[in-house]
Design a protein around this ligand. Structure first.
Ligand SMILES: NC(=O)c1ccc[n+]([C@@H]2O[C@H](COP(=O)([O-])OP(=O)(O)OC[C@H]3O[C@@H](n4cnc5c(N)ncnc54)[C@H](OP(=O)(O)O)[C@@H]3O)[C@@H](O)[C@H]2O)c1
Length: 369
């Protein structure tokens, strides 16, 4: 049984459609039964279930052992833990759409060990954030024989104009992050760092992009993959997010100014509060025409200790919300039919295997280039 929690949201609605396109009949769960009923009727009389994270028992009742729970109820830092806790308690398979570093850290460090005891399999951030980088990173590592010192993963978004291309839910989740800690992988362990504290310019195919470091699942998953492949010494993993801009000079300046401003006392809280206030002016749904123009390239590069490039892999896709919806639908189906590699918090490649994930990614339009 597959349960989709958050089906009435923007991303949840797209996941529901993607699941139905695959021939699945998920149970649609959420707090608003009228909206759930309307969506379920539109998608072919699906079953619905009422659950509200403010009453965790209602979330626990959604699933049992070996069921698959897909959650798009966010912001995850504020609303995500009841679904995660319910999956751990039930020994179920759990996938979500988060991209929030503090939540990812909780999944791997707190809920993962508990899941190993109950048999639950937790696959967090199984969307645009952060499947492409995990896949590209695994492809770059694949077949290497020599020690890898550092992997750098860069997510680059292009085709963005003036129209809104993120959902209100994504804006709200991102706005809350400035005051939350992030993390990276240094000297062979996870280390905390402030969100948006590292900006830089990266050059890809001769074009410069301003990017900022982010805490992602690659920091947990790629060192494990490297170790499993017998590649010693992966002591640094960096993940950067950036977007194409014509104003590279301004972006270069912002690399110095933004971290300095955010380091001022109270600046993060102030900027976070402005973001929360600004959310009321952001539409719930992105502009569909503008979203259709968005493209993304994700590049993973492995280096040795001298800084020499050992390998590189690149994947590309279109609309990140469509990719997220299609990946979650693919992952839920695969997990329901074949299970996942084991209990605990799992990276995407670890959960499904490189060949299977690469085939699934191709199927949903995440192509190697
Ligand atoms: N990883 C990625 O690449 C990626 C891609 C897309 C989205 N996301 C993330 O996914 C999350 C959802 O995004 P979205 O665009 O779908 O946002 P959204 O439209 O605001 O949807 C949020 C969902 O949470 C539900 N919810 C809120 N409070 C609840 C409660 N107390 N109990 C049960 N459900 C509750 C909402 O229900 P109602 O409909 O009843 O309000 C809605 O279904 C965000 O955190 C976003 O950042 C990540």
């Amino acid at each position: 049984m597959i349960v989709l929690f958050g089906a009435t949201g923007y991303t949840g609605g797209r996941v529901a459609q993607a699941m139905v396109r695959r021939g699945l009949r998920p149970i649609l769960a959420g707090r608003n039964t009228a909206r759930l009923g309307a969506l379920a009727a539109r998608l072919g009389n699906l079953e619905v279930a009422r659950a509200d994270v403010t009453d965790p028992a209602t979330v626990q009742r959604l699933i049992g052992r070996n069921d698959v729970l897909v959650s798009t109820v966010g912001p995850f830092v504020r609303l995500g833990e009841p679904a995660l806790g319910a999956a751990v308690e039930a020994g179920a398979i759990y996938l979500d759409s988060t991209g929030e570093p503090p939540f990812i850290r909780r999944v791997f460090e707190d809920f993962g060990p508990a899941a190993q005891r109950t048999g639950a399999g937790l696959i967090t951030a199984f969307g645009y954030d952060y499947v492409p980088g995990n896949l590209a990173g695994a492809l770059a590592l694949h077949g290497l024989q020599q020690p890898v010192h550092r992997i750098e993963v860069v997510y680059l978004v292009g085709g963005v104009g003036r129209a809104q291309v993120i959902s209100g839910g994504t804006f709200g989740s991102a706005a809350g992050l400035l005051t939350e800690p992030s993390f990276t992988w240094r000297d062979g362990s996870i280390q905390a760092e402030p969100t948006a504290s590292r900006f830089r310019i990266v050059k890809v195919a001769g074009v410069e992009y301003p990017v900022t470091a982010v805490g992602a699942t690659e920091h947990y998953a790629l060192p494990r993959l490297a170790a499993a492949a017998g590649l010693a010494g992966l002591s640094e993993v960096d993940v950067y997010l950036g977007r194409r801009t014509p104003a590279t000079r301004l972006a270069q300046l912002s690399c110095h100014v933004v971290p300095a401003v955010l380091a001022l006392p109270g600046a993060r809280s102030l900027v976070g509060a402005i973001g929360t206030f600004a959310q009321r002016f952001v539409a719930d749904e992105p502009d569909p025409g503008a979203l259709a123009q968005v493209n993304s390239h994700v590049v993973a590069t492995a280096y040795d200790a001298s800084g020499a490039k050992l390998a590189q892999a690149r994947v590309a896709s279109g609309d990140p919300y469509q990719l997220t919806a299609d990946l979650l639908a693919w992952g839920a189906q695969r997990a329901a039919e074949h299970g996942v590699s084991g209990p605990g918090a799992l990276g995407p490649v670890e959960a499904f295997g490189l060949d299977s994930l690469a085939a699934g990614a191709r199927e949903v339009g995440l192509r190697r280039c």
